[in-house]
Design a binder for this molecule. Structure first.
Ligand code: CP
Ligand code: NVA
Length: 320
């Protein structure tokens, strides 16, 4: 062996950070461990110990947030770590510093970075250049942290999600895309009703079907909801959307009303990642009614976030 080889080998062997970017990046067993860990954190409450003492998470928000921001902050602190709240408008990132340089610099200061952005490409660029784990806190294309909390919520109320029928009604948006990825990994049947113009991207559906997912699309809300154990919707205007592009008119037949929910299984639950718009995507009677579990769902973001942090920091699961 010549003298140069070991140095090159050492450079190449820099460990790949344990990013959390999309559900599709993980196998079913790893995602199941995250859900089990989240359930463990929920049971443990404040008794989960402080495995992240001395670690810091930087959170960059390019878009507003209530749940993601507060649940990550609480999750990190519950596990003994610190957080830094950053807005890209207050960073040099907001006036032209590159994503790559931002990733390299933050990696020298903190132990993980969470990003909320309306450009998924930015998240992937950050991950490509960071030497610490990067977490997807929502992009225009996906919201994987939310769906971990949603699976936890379904299973807490109705038992294992594998083999169950879940209905999505409304916009084929970022949250819908992560539900599609979850269908492939958790083995449930997903029935999606959307206007034709607002279907989820073909590439996501093709990926899921190639992975063996049972995902069906329709423009008929009643057909999607029929017999479902869980009915899910989300805002009609996402943060990355133009509010006045005519979508409200297209989406009106997909509103979750008491009459539509009555088509689902008698014990169906209603979920919504929030924030909600009563009278638009869901009637007040539904979201404030007995089948709604939306505030359990919001609470479960805290435990899901703890599980995501435990994954990216490779915390010994025996403490959970
Ligand atoms: N569901 C969710 O991500 O909410 P926030 O936008 O408040 O973070
Ligand atoms: N689809 C919504 C989710 C908000 C948590 C949005 O992107 O605005």
């Amino acid at each position: 062996m010549n003298g140069a080889a070991p140095q090159r080998a050492e450079t190449q062997m820099a460990p790949v950070p344990r990013h959390f970017l999309d559900l599709r990046d993980f196998d079913a067993a790893t995602l199941r461990r995250m859900i089990d860990a989240a359930a463990g954190f929920k049971r443990a409450g404040n008794a989960a110990g402080r495995p992240l003492a001395g670690r810091a998470l930087a959170m960059i928000f390019e878009k507003p947030s209530t749940r993601t921001r507060v649940s990550f902050e609480r999750a990190m602190r519950r596990l003994g770590g610190d957080t830094l709240m950053l807005s890209s408008q207050e960073m040099q990132l907001g006036r032209g510093e590159s994503v790559a340089d931002t990733a390299r610099v933050l990696s020298r200061y903190v132990d993980a970075i969470m990003l909320r952005t309306d450009r998924a490409a930015k998240l992937h660029e950050l991950a490509a250049h960071a030497s610490v784990p990067v977490i997807n806190g929502l992009t225009e294309a996906s919201h994987p942290c939310q769906i971990l909390a949603d699976i936890l919520t379904f299973e807490a109320h109705r038992g294992p999600i594998a083999g169950q029928r879940i209905a999505w009604c409304g916009d084929g948006n970022n949250v819908a895309c992560s539900w599609i990825e979850a269908a492939a990994r958790f083995g449930f049947s997903l029935r999606m009703a959307t206007p034709e113009a607002l279907r989820p991207p073909r590439a996501v559906l093709d990926w899921a079907r190639a992975e063996g997912a049972d995902v069906a699309l329709t423009s008929d809300a009643k057909a999607a909801v029929a017999g479902a154990r869980c009915v899910v919707t989300d805002t009609w205007v996402s943060m990355a959307d133009q509010p006045d592009d005519g979508r409200q008119h297209l989406l009106a037949p997909f509103r979750i009303t008491p009459a539509l929910l009555a088509q689902a299984a008698p014990d169906a639950i209603f979920m919504h990642c929030l924030p909600a718009h009563r009278g638009e995507e869901v009637s007040a009677e539904v979201i404030d009614g007995p089948q709604s579990v939306v505030f359990d769902e919001a609470e479960n973001r805290l435990y899901a976030q703890q599980a995501v942090l435990a994954y990216v920091f490779d915390v010994d699961r025996s403490i959970i």
